[in-house]
Design a protein around this ligand. Sequence first.
Ligand code: AMP
Length: 225
Amino acid sequence: MVRVKTKLVTWEEIVEWSHGLAMIIRKDGYKPDVIVALARGGYVPARLLCDFLDVENLLSIQSQHWTEAAKAEEKAIIKYPYKVDLSGRRVLIVDDIVDTGDSIKLAYEFIVKNWNPLEARTAALQWISSVAKFKPDYYYIEVTDWTWFQYPWTRLEDTYQFIKRIMTETYKETNKKKWSFEEIVNGFKEWYGIDVGELYYREALRILEEKGIIVREGSEYVLAT
Ligand code: AMP
């Protein structure tokens, strides 16, 4: 049974969605002078929007969610709060998805306050309207039922984190520590309802081994506890 509603997003869909988003922005008559990619998820959509909207200037800013000491709640921060002068410039801030909305809201407020643009608007490929505290000016897909979108640029990161979760949760539930490659792949498909392909499973296991989270015993993978 699928435990986390997940959708595997293909590169083709990313191009289609970015193009669709660009068409919406163009129809609205907004002509940005500068696009700002919200790192890291906004990089590819922002670059494609530069292409589809014929924008030459691309900047980036990184916002990051961090867990506070008490781990009670997550707060977004601007990781490197540098300054540039964008006076007289129209800006478009781009991210892949607006979920809680914390990241894009923070980036928008930071840019308006510190970079002095003539105008700043926001855009995302997807907007989870049922949970977001911030609505971007432009979005291509409105998501009403919360889903984890497995984008191509986080495929490996997501895969190793998902595998780690499967192994640690199963250990808590059943004491199982030792897994074959096939069991891991089947567990992944069962828990997340998607298949990322052998290259990603193998690379994810290599990273988990490197991090000391699992140990290899012959052809099996053992959770290090
Ligand atoms: P937010 O909660 O809006 O501040 O989201 C921060 C960033 O986390 C987004 O820009 C994405 O890169 C990533 N993210 C958040 N929620 C999702 C989701 N449901 N699916 C995929 N990526 C997500």
